[in-house]
Each structure stands twice: as structure tokens, then as C-alpha cells.
Unconditional design. Structure first.
Length: 192
């Protein structure tokens, strides 16, 4: 059965994952012990990505774990540095989106992304308009690898699992790397 839709991940596929340099900027901006930053950053990321908390609440929790006092200016600086750290786009993948759209594929996006970053992408990347379906975790209340996130996208695409392909790689909400499927292998989402 040929796929009629392609479901993309944003980070690690269309946009690059955080570089060591951008993580360093975040660590320096936050202050505190940089060895503790990664754990503090990822420990509350899943609820932030799911839209259960806003940026100021997320950064309050991160800074509390680091023992760093947080004020409005530091909050704004951390949100800006976080957005910048996820903002490098792979132009060849953006070109691929155009090619697939021209060939009649329905494009879907499923991404773990907090609201501030989603709003930034929507304001600065017109190619997002190529996606018939945008499953942004902060707006659907579910994040990968939760089955509900995949099920939401398949429902929104109006296709059964066997009629779509998924292309995903990159960090999960736990900070560990997900398995790469950049070949676009067709597969049914796993049930928990």
C-alpha cells in the first residue's frame, strides 16, 4: 500500500537539534553549575512541551533545581536563548517538503515543542503552511513518544496508520535520542 501522507518531526529532521554551542549559551545564561543544567533542563521539559506550563513556570523549575534566583529579565533571556538553540533549519529538508507537496503528498508535522518556540516558528517560517496538519505538542496536549500524539495526527490526517509514513529523529522529552527513521519507513504507532 503506497503512503498518501508523510508525517515529519521538526527537530532533528527539518530543524537541527541543539548544538553544543547553543547549549553552552543556555548554561551560561542560566548560571549555576553547568554539570547540572542538562538534567534540570530536561526534567520538566515534557510538561512544558505538552503545554501544561508556560515558559516562565518552566524556567522557574529549571532555575530552582540549579539554585539560581530567577527574575523577569533572566526569564526572558532564557526563553530567547532556548528559542535560538532550536532555530537552525535544514534548507534541504524544507526543499524536500516543497517537492513532496508538488507530488501530491499530504504533509503532517508532529513535534515536541513549547508554545513560545511554536509561536516563533509560525511567525518566521512560512514553509509551515505546507503542512495540512500541525501536531504541535503544546497545542494537542500530548508529546512523543506518547501514543496519543501519533493517534491525534493520524486522525487529523484522516488516514489509517498504514497509509502514512513517519520521519523522525532527535531528542525525546526525556533528553535521550529517539531512533532515526529518516528513510520514511511506513509503520503503525506502537500501543503502550
Amino acid at each position: 500500500m503506497k503512503a498518501k501522507a508523510v508525517l515529519f518531526d521538526m527537530f532533528g529532521v527539518i530543524a537541527r537539534v541543539q548544538s553544543a554551542e547553543s547549549r553552552g549559551v543556555l548554561e551560561r545564561t542560566a548560571g549555576g553549575d553547568p554539570r547540572l543544567f542538562r538534567e534540570a533542563y530536561w526534567s520538566h521539559r515534557a510538561p512544558y512541551d505538552r503545554g501544561e506550563m508556560a515558559g516562565p513556570d518552566y524556567w522557574q523549575k529549571v532555575c530552582a533545581r540549579l539554585g539560581v534566583p530567577l527574575d523577569d529579565r533572566l526569564t526572558a533571556d532564557l526563553i530567547a536563548a532556548d528559542i535560538a538553540s532550536w532555530s537552525e533549519v535544514d534548507r534541504s529538508m524544507v526543499d524536500l517538503l516543497g517537492l513532496l507537496a508538488e507530488r501530491g503528498f499530504v504533509l503532517g508535522l508532529l513535534s515536541n515543542i513549547p508554545e513560545e518556540l511554536a509561536a516563533h516558528y509560525e511567525a518566521t517560517h512560512p514553509w509551515l503552511g505546507r503542512f495540512a496538519v500541525r501536531g504541535l505538542s503544546c497545542r494537542i496536549g500530548s508529546a512523543k513518544p506518547e501514543p496519543a500524539s501519533y493517534q491525534w495526527c493520524l486522525r487529523a490526517l484522516g488516514l489509517p496508520p498504514g497509509r502514512s509514513c513517519s520521519s523522525t529523529t532527535g531528542p525525546t522529552t526525556s533528553g535521550r535520542r529517539a531512533t532515526s527513521d529518516s528513510r520514511g519507513t511506513c509503520s503503525r504507532p506502537r500501543k503502550s
